[in-house]
Design a protein around this ligand. Sequence first.
Ligand SMILES: Cc1cc2nc3c(=O)[nH]c(=O)nc-3n(C[C@H](O)[C@H](O)[C@H](O)COP(=O)(O)OP(=O)(O)OC[C@H]3O[C@@H](n4cnc5c(N)ncnc54)[C@H](O)[C@@H]3O)c2cc1C
Length: 345
Amino acid sequence: MGLRITAGLFALSYHRSDYVQLAKRAFEAWDALAEDAGEALVLKTGGLDLCGPESAIGLDDYRRAMTETGVEFEEVDAVEIRRRWPQWRIADEVEGIYQERAGIAMATRANAAHRRLAQTNGATLLEKAAVTEIREVGGEVEVVAGDRAFRAEKLIIAAGAWTNQALSHLGLEFPLDVSLEQVVYFDSTKLDAFAPDRFPVWIWMDVPCFYGFPVFGKPAVKVSWDRCEVFTDPDHRPFEPDPATTRAIADFTGRHLPDALGPVRLAKTCLYTLTPDRDFIIDRVPGTESVFVAVGAGHAFKFASLIGKALSDLAIEGHSDLDLSPFRADRAILTEPNPVRSYMV
Ligand SMILES: Cc1cc2nc3c(=O)[nH]c(=O)nc-3n(C[C@H](O)[C@H](O)[C@H](O)COP(=O)(O)OP(=O)(O)OC[C@H]3O[C@@H](n4cnc5c(N)ncnc54)[C@H](O)[C@@H]3O)c2cc1C
């Protein structure tokens, strides 16, 4: 099964206002969970999106979406970026947008809090119990897991890269691509410069698109590539990091964050479950009465608590107070035999 992310980049800046609205709600959801859990789950560091003049992505959509939704952000040019974050080596033409309300969703801690509170509220969590059968029977759902059969009124599937394997029991599949992603931790000799109070989470908005974090968890600087171009089968995926990918991430880091560079402390692979439009799926499974599904399209950890709530509301109440229309499971692109893929968000 997949290696877990340990830190989720969490920012309000998104390319569409519906996502910005969702991110605002996600902050509230994490705050509510943190209160219930009695511990902080989001480390606020600020967030910097930056790009060069020839960027394939640019910042205009992000500016527009945050302006439309009333999210405050700052325009920062290259001079200002260098003044405030001297760790950056960038050309004069580079521009950026900075927001205070951004940071790290502390994944390991947040997952533990979710599990703990679920158990406190009566959930039974079965470890190492693979689901091998799913069927709707007489208005209920029967699930076979770990060789035991369970009956339930409703079923929620959040199987990540294995979503289509789970849906195949119901004779369904989505046009999903599972991509192999990689993160690298560098043993920088200048770790202090990348401390969370001195260095924000960041995204280099271009193709290739890189992103990174201040020092968190491990005593190293983490840089990743939002690649979405190497596809794999989740059951036969390589765990060994790809040296060429590590080199590409190191090259970027060496050019733009030279003080972060150092020996590779750790490189690890992970899986995205990509929809063709890179929008989530949060909905009832088409053609079923009682089965619901979520697919995170490689950018959902920041929304984990909110999506969990939306799915349980859909399953129990039949509706959610969130506008989930962009995430419908029956949207046109998900029903096309070979849809055009566009993964850059
Ligand atoms: C390198 C990388 C970096 C990322 N960075 C960020 C980020 O900075 N910010 C952000 O918001 N998101 C980020 N993401 C995306 C985020 O991790 C995912 O969107 C999110 O984890 C998806 O959650 P999930 O619960 O849908 O799937 P998963 O986390 O994959 O969980 C699916 C679970 O289902 C289990 N499962 C599957 N099949 C079965 C079965 N038959 N029986 C029993 N169990 C089964 C699997 O073992 C797994 O535990 C990143 C992802 C990667 C790979």
